[in-house]
Write a new protein. Sequence first.
Length: 230
Amino acid sequence: MTIISVDHGNRFLKTKHKLLTSGIIESDTRPAFGSDILKYKDKYYTVSDKRISYERNKMLDSRFYILTLIAIAHELEFAGINPENKVIDVQILIGLPPAHFGLLAEKFEKHFVRGEVEAFEFHGKQYEIFINKAYAFPQAYAATMLIRQEIETYQKCVTISGFWGSSLPGTVVAGVGCGYMGCGAISLLKLRGAYVVAIDIRKESLDNAKKYGADETLSMKNSNCVKITV
């Protein structure tokens, strides 16, 4: 059994090893350029730099599903799993924005569990995967499961990529997402007396977080918890 976390942001899809723009281009023929090409049901898909327009409901069409297949393929490749002549059982941890979590979580889980083997080609290899279970979590929580042991002793864990929460002096806050808004949140949390642990997949974002006052930084790339065998 392979467990993969995919955080479905409006701007990026984030996994342990990969940051993908939430945009997709579909083609009837193989694109002349690009290496991360997914062939699925006689169509070709590449990740676009232009993200999909904001949609609260990411199940209106197949675009986020296709992006998730690309994310899964990357993680299977990073894990060194040989797809030849076998069906790979996959469970996915999926992230949803907190504001819509209660309304959409169960539907989003069912969106990925289709009860059938999905066959596709990626990087010249033929894959067959079976998504037997999907677990939805508030956005960023799915990603933090990869480094759970490192942050489980913290008093709080909040997503700071889009908002910042109130804090008390001395409170340890694990902040997930260190873009422009996240770094702004870090500076505000420091003003309120918090001890801030910044978490991101990108080194440059973690470097910026330190500049804005983060006390510690953790990279999701350092985790080794992507594959679990039962």
